[in-house]
Design a protein around this ligand. Sequence first.
Ligand code: SF4
Length: 493
Amino acid sequence: MEEIIMQKLKILADSAKYDVSCSSSGASRHNNGRMGNAHAAGICHSWGSDGRCISLLKVLFTNKCEYDCEYCINRRSNDFPRAAFEPDELARLTVEFYRRNYIEGLFLSSAVEISPDHTAEKILQCLELLRYKYGFAGYIHAKIIPGVSQEILHRIGLVADRLSVNIEMPSSKSLQELAPQKKPKQIFAPMRQITNTLIEHNSLVGPGTMFKGQQLNTPEHYLSGPETGFAKPVHQKAGGPKDSRDFRAPRGMFSLPEMWEQESIQLPAQKKGSFAAAGQTTQMIIGAGGESDKSILTTSENLYRAFKMKRVYYSAYIPLIKSPKLPDIHTQVPLAREHRIYQADWLLRFYGFTVSELFQDGSTDLDPDLDPKVTWAIRNLDYFPLEVNTASYEQLMRIPGIGDRSAKRILRQRRYSAVRFDDLKKIGVVIKRAKYFILCCGRYYGDRKFEPEVIRSSILQMESGLQMSMFDTSGAPSIETSQESQDVGRLAI
Ligand code: SF4
């Protein structure tokens, strides 16, 4: 492979490493008579919805940026090596890597060189070359640059499997402060176009299970309210839309009416699944602005409702840049906070929780010591204990230690015989957590008083023991694995 392309790859893969939709391998290893090489630049691993790990070439098309976003290493005022691929260079590189079995797909993002359309057109050329000239049928995840024209976006969607427009900041205030060249309208308009097109193609995959039946077009579903400040209803019409598939809001309903006023372009009809069949995602940076967990999750909840995002990714801010507008460079990367936010996001998408339920006690941040489902259960002890032999699916899903799979298994077993306490472990319930919140055949198995503080300290004790056991070198791994804990850690690409 030509030297110059490899140099570009090194620079542009390095510039892409802070995008969190997948994580870089970071390993470099040469083939010493054995099979396979590893290359630090650009190969990352992600997990499909079926749990399969796949490797992607993760790279920026260019890191030459016209914008000066305060939090970004690629911003215009930062003095560091710059590079840009030519469309055919990146297409050939991807195909070569694919043929050598280094990768199974491409994760392509970009800075804004000259203008959004200029850069997006080059990305489009590259992806069309890949699909039509080189016959590449692997997975492609393409980032959409805010402000791109509708025609280019549509054509990118026809060749990519997944699209994402990064919202970056959880509120309009920090967007204005830290990325003033990006406007909410330029971010939401392509999100809306992608959702509309997916609806037209009847291939909207949507988030998890909990937002599926919801209407898209009611005013409160948009990014409004004091938590996010992105848009406020100016006036609301009675009645609302008749058809949940009609995503276009009436004019003047929002303080960002221009977002909805763009004329739809006439595009040729395509067959189902031909436009971004894996849906759309977005990414938010955690800890660069001053938002609380509640505002971050409110923005996510609204994005799921308004645009049926497949998922929102969260990226803990890494303080590499000195700026009075950003946290000090010695500030710890808020990884634990990011983890709790991912857990809460999971509860929104798959467990039927709402943001207001998670913060119903008036708090604005998640409990750093306990997962949000346990925190909610302890705050709502009057809802428990629930009898596993009579509780509904929705009630079972509220019990800490019970996930979707174990709830369904409980329901299945109940058709034939009562579920006994001994059965729960085989079913996959995390007994150590669940026992404080359930009755089984009328009996309570919690070994402590049924009081919030007592249960909280027992679970904290148990979890700190679990963490200690991760470092136990004496024997077999004793980390509890459950479907629930595995699910929380899994990222879909
Ligand atoms: S537009 Fe993107 S690449 Fe450019 S400075 Fe902003 S975040 Fe960084």
